[in-house]
Design a protein. Structure first.
Length: 186
């Protein structure tokens, strides 16, 4: 039997998020989600919260089903497959350019420190499907906005963006098209 603490609320889970000043560079406050993965109770609470919010949102929005969960490279891959399984949806990764085989579509976007490019497999999402995008962090919103554009290029609709952590002061939600749920806010 484990002597690890039980985590029943997101506020409990938030206590595990690590804070590192000046990482990866000076002036940055890095929020580390990996301690959550060291506690099965905390991870279970977090995943159950994300699933519940997605189901509640779909019900309220009359979108009775989310068809696809898109996970953003790379930490969105930690949550996306489990969410997809629990939502009875397919999982599709969005990756940095050059990382996916087959025919892909790309979208270039500006970041705080230059440009970047994301891609998705061209046959991964079907026209008309309802999509949930998941990632670990919403900061300035550029990566998620690029993922929204990729989904739209495939003729699907992003119905919800989910994040484990949102850095509210960076106002990333202001540039996103779809509704947003963030489990933890700083």
């Amino acid at each position: 039997m484990s002597d690890q603490q039980e985590f029943n609320t997101i506020e409990d889970v938030k206590t595990l998020v690590g804070t590192y000043l000046d990482f990866p560079s000076e002036g940055i406050v890095f929020r580390d989600i990996f301690p959550i993965f060291r506690n099965p109770s905390a991870l279970d609470c977090l995943l159950n919260t994300l699933v519940k919010e997605a189901l509640d949102f779909a019900k309220k929005a009359s979108s009775t089903k989310i068809d696809v969960v898109v996970g953003l490279d790379a930490r969105g891959f930690l949550f996306g497959p489990t969410l997809a399984l629990k939502l009875n949806a397919k999982f599709v990764p969005v990756r940095k350019a050059g990382k996916l085989p087959g025919v892909t579509i790309k979208h270039s976007y500006q970041k705080e420190y230059g440009s970047d490019e994301l891609e998705i497999q061209a046959d991964a999402i079907l026209k008309g499907e309802k999509v949930l995008i998941v990632d670990d962090l919403l900061a300035t919103g550029g990566t998620c906005k690029a993922a929204e554009a990729l989904v739209e290029k495939l003729g699907a609709t992003v119905v919800l963006n989910q994040f484990v952590i949102e850095l509210v002061d960076l106002k990333g939600r202001d540039i996103l098209s779809a509704p947003i749920y963030s489990a933890i806010k700083y």
